[in-house]
Design a protein around this ligand. Structure first.
Ligand code: UD1
Length: 368
């Protein structure tokens, strides 16, 4: 009988779903040599933070849902570890594949490594060099225990080599999130989100904010409100509000300040959001993935952070780091409004084939 390898694929939070979709699809084409499970940790659980993405991206239902939910970092990471260990012990995989940099990524990677199961990290090597960011801690620790590191941009390779990762473990394959974007672009264009929100392309900006450093801190959240109100004096602003951000806006009594001037929505589905940013004049965000999505779509992106782990979006793409600096933001918004935005190009290997490359490499290192 032909040798098969067994892999457990992990998802937990919203940005994981668009990364796992093309990987699972590519694995399905190699069932002769691969057996795999999909495990959802339940880190995100709201209908529009989780289920909706499985439906829109045709991701098979998870084989196992750990149902962990929200809590402090230590609690959430520990719960995921406790609930994932018996699954790994029972299935006895050769590999656990984790994506991105969320708590589910490090929790499941750590469980695997301690059971002597090899770890695959997709989107390895990204570094913001900001250890106050929970994601930076998750990225560094996950990479350190990974046997196969798949990177999206050249900086990832450089960072891993600098940290002593053996060259043979590092593979520059491109970006699985962009695989998903390219596969869904036409479908998204049929959504007509502008009609639904009563806005017209490209006469609006999109805002998304959820980083603890921006939304948990009252002074920074106040600054952000000022910035959004300024943006709304130039064009309409659509702001799909992440649950963490909504909770904080309510807690600080700041929601009313936005309600009259900004179009506030619930978190949108993947296709709705893709259609929304594709038709906009520009995006203000503190997300990681959106910096990459706007680069491929050639839409100006203002990143309201002091650093980025995705330098290719600045060097090649449409991204500008503004922090919460009002002057920088006003200048960048002015340029985007006048259609004089930064001209971007497409980063190497962001061509829709990253997941295929990943599967080929997994097969190759296992002589399959
Ligand atoms: C997590 C990731 C972050 C990612 C983001 C995308 C970590 C450390 N952070 O941050 O990297 O960019 O997901 O969204 O893993 N909540 C709900 N419903 C949900 C999920 C969350 O109401 O389905 C609320 C809860 O109040 C929860 C809070 O949002 O406490 C934060 O959720 P959590 O998963 O802890 O972190 P995110 O801020 O979403």
């Amino acid at each position: 009988m032909r040798k098969k390898i067994k892999i457990i694929n992990i998802v937990g939070a919203r940005p994981n779903f668009m990364k796992i979709a093309p990987i699972v699809r590519a694995m399905e084409k190699h069932k002769d040599v691969l057996d795999f499970l999909l495990v959802h940790t339940g880190q995100h659980y709201d209908e529009n933070m989780s289920n909706l993405f499985f439906n829109q991206l045709n991701i098979p239902r998870p084989d196992i849902d750990l149902g962990v939910g929200s809590g402090s970092h230590a609690w959430q990471t520990a719960e995921i570890m406790k609930k994932f260990e018996p699954v790994a012990l029972d299935y006895k995989p050769d590999y656990v594949l984790v994506v991105g940099d969320v708590n589910s990524t490090i929790a499941c990677g750590l469980v695997a490594k301690k059971l002597d199961v090899k770890v695959i990290h997709v989107e390895a090597g990204l570094r913001s060099f900001d250890m106050t960011m929970p994601e930076e801690i998750n990225r560094i620790l996950t990479d350190r225990i990974s046997d196969l590191c798949f990177v999206t941009e050249k900086s990832g390779e450089d960072n891993l080599l600098h940290e002593g990762t053996p060259k043979n473990n590092i593979h520059f394959v491109g970006n699985v999130m962009i695989d998903t974007l390219l596969a869904n672009k036409e479908k998204a264009a049929k959504i007509n989100i502008c009609d639904k929100l009563n806005i017209s392309s490209p006469e609006y900006f999109v805002a998304t904010l959820h980083r603890p450093s921006n939304v948990d801190d009252k002074a920074n959240l106040n600054k952000i409100i000022k910035i959004l109100l300024h943006a709304s004096s130039l064009k309409k602003v659509v702001f799909p509000v992440h649950p963490r951000t909504r909770n904080k806006l309510k807690e600080y009594g700041l929601l009313e300040k936005l309600e009259n001037n900004i179009i506030l929505t619930e978190p949108l589905g993947y296709l709705e959001f893709l259609d929304l940013i594709s038709n906009s004049s520009g995006v203000l965000t503190d997300s990681g993935g959106i910096q990459e999505e706007t680069t491929i779509l050639d839409i100006p992106c203002l990143t309201l952070r002091e650093n980025t782990e995705r330098p290719v979006t600045i060097n090649i793409g449409t991204n500008t780091l503004t922090g919460l600096d009002e002057e920088k933001i006003k200048k960048a918004l002015g340029k985007a409004s006048k259609k004089e935005p930064k001209q971007g190009r497409i980063p190497p290997k962001w061509d829709g084939k990253a997941a295929q490359r990943i599967i080929q490499i997994i097969k190759k290192v296992n002589n399959l």
